[in-house]
Structures are given as structure tokens and as C-alpha cells.
Design a protein around this ligand. Sequence first.
Ligand SMILES: NC(=O)C1=CN([C@@H]2O[C@H](COP(=O)(O)OP(=O)(O)OC[C@H]3O[C@@H](n4cnc5c(N)ncnc54)[C@H](O)[C@@H]3O)[C@@H](O)[C@H]2O)C=CC1
Ligand SMILES: O=C(CO)COP(=O)(O)O
Ligand SMILES: [Zn+2]
Length: 353
Amino acid sequence: MFEKSTWIRLPRNVVVGHGVIDRVVDVVDDLHLQGRPLFVTSPTPKEVAADPIAADFEAAGVDPAVVTVEEATFEAVEEVIETAEAEEVSYLVGIGGGKAIDIAKMASHHLEMGFLSVPTAASHDGVISNRGSVPDGDTRHSVAAKPPLAVVADTEVLAQAPWELTTAGCADIISNYTAVMDWRLAKRLKDVEYSEYAASLSEMTAEILVDNADLIRPGLEESAWVVSKALMSSGVAMSIADSSRPASGAEHLFSHQLDRLAPGAALHGHQVGVGSIMTAYLHGGEDGIWRDIRDALNSIDAPTTADELGIDDETVLEALTTCHAIRDRYTILGDGMNERAAREVATKTRVIS
Ligand SMILES: NC(=O)C1=CN([C@@H]2O[C@H](COP(=O)(O)OP(=O)(O)OC[C@H]3O[C@@H](n4cnc5c(N)ncnc54)[C@H](O)[C@@H]3O)[C@@H](O)[C@H]2O)C=CC1
Ligand SMILES: O=C(CO)COP(=O)(O)O
Ligand SMILES: [Zn+2]
């Protein structure tokens, strides 16, 4: 008897383009959301986006509450939950980079309220995903949450963000190549849950981004368009899979371990990009796709070495040899690399010298 079932949660509205930040009030109307919103933002995104959006709400007769967070921590999530309860808001709006959006996502999940995602940087594929990522003890990887009711991604705002945030978003997408390789390996060796639709969508997203790499240039609004479409598509792949598997393999384990060993040293997307060069080498050896990944990262100005990440060689080796253990997710790292093997892959791929 056929007994499979699936429940795919996706946003109802995805609005991308020039000046769409002015449409947040319309999107709220379209969703029939009533009452006050709580904006969850951080200092620069507040100035760039949250303040003008607040002015639009005020003009429409609604007075939003605002929380400004500095770091993605559980204390920040708790502060947002407490403010939401004290201010009697009825939905949340995450406005900023990955951390502000993840805090809004986690708080709204806890409050059982809807939330909107308004990215001010095209820096990560959690903009639309059903995953939330807030450090919990030693855990750095994402956990299950609900996707936003709507995403409003203004390409004018995204194009004006610091360039390295956009290159981080590109690298987060390019890392989908190795994430999918790891997922297929785990399917073959461990018979893990696998979705060919989600895997293919994730791979195709990376391919489209790499094929359009010549459109990805600083200050060019079309770059923000190409990258934000890719980030949405990658997030949808995670929602279809109901897992971050299509977008997160061993290269993400490496990055999560760097977050513990060298907190704040480099952006999430940049770390996973460098990880992806090395795990592609582990999958395919000298003739595999590691050079293509490195060239793609180079072509969009993303880091390809430990030095460019601002992380020392020994920390890279420590992350490589220990990261397999941080999560129950089978990857090309198997039960772990020893130091000699880690040094060899990092040296051969010129991540360390
Ligand atoms: N939930 C999920 O599915 C996923 C979550 N993530 C998480 O997202 C986080 C990474 O996100 P990022 O955006 O790289 O880091 P982030 O949120 O820390 O942003 C980096 C910095 O850029 C600033 N910023 C944002 N927009 C700006 C603008 N327009 N102008 C000037 N500054 C601006 C932020 O305020 C922050 O200081 C990580 O915690 C990662 O784990 C990443 C991928 C998927
Ligand atoms: O960053 C992500 C996908 O790009 C989320 O993956 P994790 O589940 O490893 O945190
Ligand atoms: Zn990622």
C-alpha cells in the first residue's frame, strides 16, 4: 500500500525588484494581516530599510514596534518574544541580514505568529527557507522552523549593501554543488531520505548562478536580481526537502566548526565556499570539479584561501578534522579526516600554503 505523504510549506508572496520595499504595506494587506507588526532588525538595516518601512506603516495608520538586535543569540530571540508579548503585536517582520531574519523566524515560530522576511543583503539562502539558525550551546547548524508568509527583496537595497555580502550569497549557492554530492552519497551509503526534485533544483540553481557570473558585479542592480532569485530557489529546495540537505553538506559542517573556533572571522557564505573547494576535491580528486568551484568563487571575488578568510591554517585543519562530529549528517568526511589527510587536501587545493 502507498503510504507516503509530504507537507511543503512555502511563502504565499515573493516580491523581488527595484523599489519593492515600498510595497511591504501592500503585501501585509494582501495577506489580510491585522494589528501591529514587530520589526526585528539590526543597526544598519534599520536605517536602510526598517525606518522607511516604519514610515509607510505610520502613514497607513499602523504603529510598528521595533527591536534592534546585534547578535544572533537565544537571548536575542527571548528579547523579541518578550517584546512581541508586551507590545501585543500580531506578526513579525525580519529586516536585515541572515541573523536578523533567523531571529525573527525563530521567535515567530515560538509565538506561533506569521512573519515576513525583508532581506537587506543577498548574503545567504535562509531568506525564504523553513530553517532557523541561532547558536544553541555548541550547536551552530539550522533547525526546523516555518518559512516566512512573504518575502520582499528590494534589489536597489541589496545592490547598495557592501559587496562582500553579495559575494557571500553567491558562495552559499555555489556550495550547493558539494551539498548535493554529499546528499547523494548519503543516500547510496546510508539510505537517508532523499528528494531528486530538491537535489536537482538546488544543483540547477548553482548552475544558473555560475552561468550568469559575468552579470555579478559590484554596484550592478542586475547582480542583486540574479543572486536573490538564486537564494530564493535554493531556499525553496530546502522547503521541498524539509531539510537543509540540498544546500548544506560537509562544506557547511566545516563552516559551522569555524564559527565555533574563530567566531565572527568571516561571513557564512565565504566559509562554506572555501569548504566546498576542499570537499569537491575529496569527492572527485585532482580531476574533479574543485577547480571549477574555485574559479567560480574567484570570478565573483569570493575568498578561496584561509588567508582571504582571515583564518589561520591550523584553525582550518582543526575544523576539517573535527567537523564531521558536530551533527548527525553523513558526508564525504565519513567518520573524520586525520591531520595528514586534511593537510593534504587543504594544500593541494591551495586553501593553505
Ligand atoms: N536559516 C537558514 O536557512 C540559513 C541561515 N543562515 C544563517 O545566516 C547567517 C549569515 O547571514 P549574513 O547575512 O551573512 O550575516 P549577518 O546577518 O551577520 O549580516 C552581516 C552584517 O551585514 C549587515 N548588513 C545587512 N544588510 C546590510 C546593508 N544593506 N548595508 C550594510 N550592512 C548590512 C548586518 O547588519 C551584519 O552586521 C548565519 O548565521 C547563517 O547560519 C545561512 C543560510 C541559511
Ligand atoms: O546555511 C544553510 C544552507 O545554506 C543551512 O544549513 P545548516 O542546516 O547546515 O545550517
Ligand atoms: Zn549556507
